[in-house]
Design a binder for this molecule. Structure first.
Ligand code: GLU
Length: 327
């Protein structure tokens, strides 16, 4: 009798353990991932949203729940992925290159060996805008003015420094450089606290719309010596900012400039099946994805495999092979 009681108690205990374990098991089936983006008036933020939307629609199939975080931009995203605070992020192709090779912000820490590429997305242009009443007609006129070169952690700060350097300007000596986040700069130009600012972003963007649609007139200032910049740095390409995207700007002609690509990056530590699922959802639904932001207009599947300098994550590679996009 005693034995029987003991036995049933043991069975009950076993059940309790099982029941206690069961809900945990269900939860473990959902993998939570966070995508680092940029300021909310940029294109990274809606890009993270577009990717998350596609993956979350298949939550039952993949068990992935993606959320998007607004961040300081490329350099912040890469560093946060490397320490495991983010699983994915959007980063400029030049920043991906530098992180992999241990250049620029990564000179002290060395090559970021665990950084992995997933795909590239839209083109981003390096542009400079100035308030029309600030007497800035060329890049040289920035001297003595208040100019935003970008927050530490952004991708565009170094692009601004490269553009200035190629034109013999030094942000520490020649003007009052501000290190503002992109989201703050258009408002500061509009209310007269800033004269000019650089930003690297896909077009059209909320940033330039906000900057050029206010009561204070704003114009794009051409960055000269692009050839010199291209010769010095392998990751830049020529590009043109189309004035049709910003009817409020004072310019009447398109502005020749240089640019990079936005890329989607992750860590070698993120499981293959998670990266595979995200890659598959974006590529299998490519036509829908393309409609999610006007900056994706020129996207092609092949183009999305260009501009990647980190090794491609094996989960993404599995999809590219299956889809015949890579051998
Ligand atoms: N390219 C910018 C950066 O990394 C961000 C642009 C965006 O948010 O769309 O600083």
């Amino acid at each position: 009798m005693k034995k029987a009681i003991m036995l049933s108690l043991a069975v009950l205990f076993g059940f309790a353990v099982l029941m206690g374990v069961a809900p945990v098991d269900v939860q473990a089936k959902t993998t939570f991932v966070t995508i680092g983006t940029g300021g909310i008036t940029g294109v990274y933020y809606p890009t993270g949203g577009a990717i998350a939307k596609m993956v979350n629609a298949k939550r039952d199939e993949y068990g992935i729940r993606a959320t998007v975080e607004s961040t300081g931009g490329s350099v912040f995203n890469i560093n946060a992925i490397m320490v495991g605070d983010l699983e994915f992020g959007v980063a400029q192709s030049d920043r991906q290159f530098q992180a992999v090779k241990g250049l620029a912000e990564w000179e002290d820490r060395g090559p970021q060996k665990d950084l992995r590429a997933v795909f590239s997305i839209h083109a981003e242009n390096v542009d400079l805008i100035a308030a029309a009443d600030a007497n800035i007609n060329t890049i040289q006129d920035l001297k003595g003015k208040r100019v935003n070169i970008g927050n530490v952690g952004s991708g565009y700060r170094q692009n601004a420094i490269d553009a200035l350097e190629a034109n013999g300007l030094n942000y520490e000596k020649d003007f009052n450089a501000e290190s503002l986040k992109a989201a703050e700069a258009p408002g500061m130009i509009q209310d007269g606290r800033m004269d000019a600012g650089f930003y690297t972003v896909g077009h059209p963007s909320g940033y330039y719309k906000e900057a050029t649609a206010g009561t204070r007139k704003v114009k794009f200032i051409e960055i000269p010596n692009v050839d010199k910049i291209l010769k010095k740095y392998p990751y830049y390409a020529k590009s043109v900012t189309l004035i049709k995207d910003y009817p409020g700007a004072e310019n009447t002609e398109d502005i020749p400039t240089f640019g990079v690509k936005a890329t989607f990056v992750t860590s070698a530590k993120v499981p293959d099946e998670v990266v595979y699922a995200i890659t598959k959802e974006v590529f299998d639904n490519f036509d829908t994805f393309k409609t999610l932001h006007p900056a994706y207009e020129g996207l092609t599947k092949e183009g999305m495999l260009e501009g990647l300098s980190a090794p491609i994550h094996p989960g993404a590679m599995k999809y590219y092979k299956e889809a015949g996009l890579m051998k």
